[in-house]
Write a protein that binds this ligand. Structure first.
Ligand code: CTP
Length: 408
């Protein structure tokens, strides 16, 4: 089914205490199989139905229960705010009548509820209970209230219940929960089904068969953008210079190039078909006018290289851009950052420029973090804090989603 099978990376799975909790290990496996990192948070009641050891082992992270607990004799606090921020999605499955009731009324007497109250990400709940409990007006009222507040319900289903009765109340099967969540999350992104072209990494410009002029771009920002766009359902063409990175999402079609000329050729070929182009590559602006056919020898004395300009791919795209295409460039500046970036935006006919200042610690080449300012064609600027490149990618694509809404 292509890109539609993969989840955003981080799922906080809240397991509450009902019989259906015995399916939580299968749910963890289905989430992991779909490419998610899973952190389990259990209510104390859930321990009666499923072993934390099993959930910890399958998720690769300790399943947490206590807001404040003991670990090796010392008191530890599980930071629900941090957990909630870490998550891209909160899934509560099974969600019992009791947990749904507490959620609907803002009660906070366990870690799962504290996480839910702190969560700013999409929240899904898969109710599971006996049919009469589900049909009760109080439960129906709680579900309706949670839906109004944006909680997305998955199920319950009709079927045989633990009580032996037949009716509505069965938790949706784990595989189906994952499928529905993916379909729903993708349906919510305007990027779903669109073609994205992303350039990443450095280029290497040959001096001779073994030497080149390059730069220290790691490609991390471009790869983070590609992964994030693909997990929102976009079809991504990633054109990358030489990097030591792997693209894992199967919604990403990767093309490896070495030089600026090769990158230009690959990118230009794919531009007409794309809805959005994000050029994050650090393309060489100059290349040796001619590369030596043989390895140059030291004994030939000092070396003077004649350099010639490479083609500016981004500027070319700016001249070719159709009204419904969104073009995003990067600007790495060392001084007068804002002015230079705005100038680049206008000169290259961009919809958005991502400004990196080399003056910011932790930003730019090689780091896992970045600190950028997003400037759009109306000169609206959003200065983002120092964040991981993944979080920066999310913020950039959130902005691109808004631009798409205008462009289409
Ligand atoms: N870029 C490109 N092709 C090139 C050079 C740059 O596509 N040959 C793109 C980069 O991927 C980036 C943006 O252009 O998105 C910014 O590159 P930069 O080199 O800073 O732009 P210039 O206009 O060359 O900047 P300056 O005037 O500062 O030299």
């Amino acid at each position: 089914m292509g890109a539609a099978r993969v989840l955003p990376r981080r799922v906080l799975l809240g397991v509450s205490g009902g019989i259906a909790a015995y399916k939580a290990p299968l749910l963890v496996r289905a989430l992991v199989k779909a490419g998610a990192e899973v952190q389990v948070v259990m209510t104390p009641a859930a321990h009666a139905f499923v072993s934390p050891l099993v959930l910890s082992t399958l998720s690769g992270r300790p399943a947490l229960t206590e807001l404040v607990g003991k670990q090796d004799g010392t008191t530890v606090w599980s930071d629900h705010v941090h957990l909630a921020r870490w998550a891209d999605v909160l899934l509560i499955a099974p969600a019992t009548a009791n947990t749904l009731a507490k959620m609907a009324h803002g009660l906070c007497d366990n870690l799962l509820l504290a996480c839910w109250l702190s969560a700013e990400c999409p929240v899904y709940a898969a109710p599971a209970m006996d049919l009469d409990m589900h049909a009760n007006a109080a439960t129906q009222g709680n579900i309706a209230r949670l839906k109004e507040r944006g909680v997305r319900m998955i199920g319950p289903e009709e079927g045989e219940l633990a009580s032996g009765l037949q009716g509505l109340g069965r938790m949706t099967e784990p595989e189906a929960i994952v499928e529905q969540m993916i379909a729903d999350l993708m349906g919510h992104s305007p990027l779903a089904g669109l073609n994205l072209l992303i350039t990443a990494g450095p280029t290497h410009e040959a001096i001779d068969p073994v030497r080149f002029i390059g730069n220290s771009s790691s490609g991390k920002m471009g790869f983070a953008l590609a992964e994030e766009a693909a997990s929102r359902g976009a079809k991504v063409e990633l054109i990358t210079g030489p990097v030591a990175l792997a693209a894992v999402h199967h919604g990403i079609q990767r093309t490896d190039v070495v030089s600026a000329a090769q990158m230009a050729e690959a990118a230009k070929l794919r531009f007409a078909k794309c809805d959005v182009a994000i050029l994050s590559a650090a393309v060489a602006d100059w290349r040796p006018a001619s590369a030596a056919g043989q390895k140059l020898k030291k004994k030939d004395g000092p070396l003077t290289l004649e350099m010639e300009a490479t083609e500016d791919i981004l500027a070319w795209m700016g001249t070719q851009k159709a009204p419904n295409q969104v073009l995003v460039g990067f600007a790495l500046e060392t001084n007068d950052e804002r002015r230079h970036a705005e100038d680049k935006l206008a000169r290259k006919n961009l919809d958005l420029v991502v400004l990196n200042s080399l003056r910011d610690a932790g930003a730019g080449f090689g780091h896992d973090t970045n600190k950028v300012t997003l400037i759009d064609a109306r000169k609206n600027a959003a200065e983002l804090p120092l964040m991981t490149k993944q979080a920066t990618a999310r913020a950039i694509l959130d902005h691109v989603e808004k631009l798409i809404a205008h462009a289409h």
